[in-house]
Ligand binder design. Structure first.
Ligand SMILES: Cc1ncc(COP(=O)(O)O)c(C=O)c1O
Length: 424
């Protein structure tokens, strides 16, 4: 699954004890394993090899330049949802011709940046956006490629905040409307509408919702082709699960076993937009115990990491396995794992919100002030969602490769907190 393991009672990332990183750069800190990132990317490449897909790593899940650089070197393209993410890809030296750009609220400036970069596809989410894209492409003297984002009305059985492919979401258009969309815009001179984009939600713990969504979409493509529209690409989005230790998640090969047979021989270029499945288990958040406290029946373990550093528990009630970095027991990273002498605790940060927690009612072995805790499976939607709320500088990020490690983002300072407000 990844390269975080306990050796002689100390958590290591690849061959580096995480304590050594904490000693050098302090805590909280995100630590990523370069070889896990590569493995996860390569597993997808291998599993879907028969379709030779373009894999567009979803920048929103883990956007650090050095991670993007590492994946670009593997041949990855990128899925972006803003001009800022496109800028990150460019800054990392990524190939902009392998960029797909989704999002319901693209501004003129963002569209113009995508046109100038000659990205692979604008994943178009509405008629109004298409008309604006066409106008801007015409003005720039460019012919853009458009992929219509379709809601196949499939329930991915995931958190309601990350369900995106049902009829009532703000994303894309439903299948019936998709046909009318092609009738209206399928012959546009400025935007070649020749692809369909899907992204039904995240994380999706079975291949079945993809199968349902792809089958509905293939039927649509068939109808469109019969109507004279040359649809030659399907982007099936992201959403492939990662193992957080609660439910087993399918492997890349499991998804591919169901998806590849549907798409083989269809004369379609295939695009995938994985994020979480690549980054999630490639990263931990390392945090330090500040205080232990009791409140009524509850015991609190107060850490220097907080919702500002990892908001998923507060936002989605997400489970992250948490365990001391120094431990004689090698834990199983699962919600059911209980060690002898463990105590039920809420692991909370120092932010002034009751929703500031990393875990609630979690069985932890005895810990003391100064101990390091590893919050596992935090590589995706971790640092990227961090904030400076409560004027907390954002934390550092570190990349480990074998026995070497290096900072890939410095810890912010108090000066960073006020930099954009000074000299005005
Ligand atoms: C359009 C689109 N593509 C890809 C992804 C990546 O999803 P995941 O990280 O679950 O693979 C997302 C996530 O929200 C998305 O909105």
């Amino acid at each position: 699954m990844d390269r975080f393991e306990y050796r002689n009672g100390e958590l290591h990332c690849e061959d580096v004890p995480v304590r050594a990183i904490a000693d050098a750069v302090g805590t909280p800190v995100y630590i990523y394993s370069a070889n896990t990132l590569r493995d996860h990317y390569r597993r997808l490449v291998g599993a879907f090899a028969e379709l030779s897909p373009l894999i567009c790593f979803s920048v929103k899940s883990l956007a650090n330049l050095h991670v993007l650089k590492l994946l670009a070197a593997e041949g990855s393209g990128f899925d972006v949802v803003s001009g800022g993410e496109l800028f990150r890809v460019k800054s990392a030296g990524g190939d902009v011709r392998k960029v797909v750009y989704a999002g319901v609220g693209k501004t003129d400036a963002e569209i113009n940046a995508g046109l100038a970069a000659e990205i692979a596809y604008f994943n178009v989410e509405s008629e109004a956006e298409f008309e604006n894209l066409s106008r801007l492409a015409g003005a720039a003297g460019k012919v853009a490629h458009g992929a219509l984002r379709v809601n196949p009305d499939v329930d991915p059985k995931t958190h309601r905040y990350t369900t995106t492919g049902k009829k009532e979401t703000k994303f894309g258009v439903d299948i019936e409307r998709a046909e009318r969309f092609f009738f209206a815009y399928g012959k546009d001179p400025n935007v070649r509408l020749d692809a369909i984009h899907l992204h039904i939600g995240s994380p999706i713990y079975s291949a079945q919702p993809y199968v349902e969504a792809i089958n509905k979409t293939l039927a649509l493509i068939d109808r469109l082709r019969k109507g004279g529209y040359a649809v030659n690409c399907i982007d099936i989005g992201g959403g492939f699960a990662a193992d957080y230790g609660q439910t087993g998640s399918p492997t890349a090969a499991d998804y591919a076993a169901e998806i590849v047979p549907l798409l083989r021989g269809k004369g379609l270029r295939i695009i995938l937009e994985p994020g979480r499945t690549i980054g999630c288990n490639a990263g931990i958040l390392l945090t330090k115990v500040l205080y232990l406290k009791e409140g009524g029946e509850r015991k609190f373990c107060i850490t220097d990491g907080a919702m500002t550093d990892l908001i998923r528990p507060a936002l989605y009630d997400a489970f992250h396995f948490i365990w001391p970095a120094k431990s004689a027991i090698v834990p199983q990273r699962s919600a059911e794992f209980v060690a002898d002498g463990a105590m039920k605790m809420d692991i909370v940060g120092g932010v002034c919100e009751s929703s500031d927690f990393l875990a609630k009612e979690r069985m932890l072995p005895p810990v003391q002030r100064g101990d390091l805790l590893a919050v596992f499976s935090a590589g995706a939607y971790g640092f990227v969602m961090s904030s400076q709320y409560n004027a907390r500088p954002r934390v550092a990020e570190v990349l480990v490769e074998g026995s070497k490690w290096r900072p890939i983002r410095r810890r912010e300072t108090y000066d960073d907190l006020i930099a954009a407000e000074q000299g005005l």
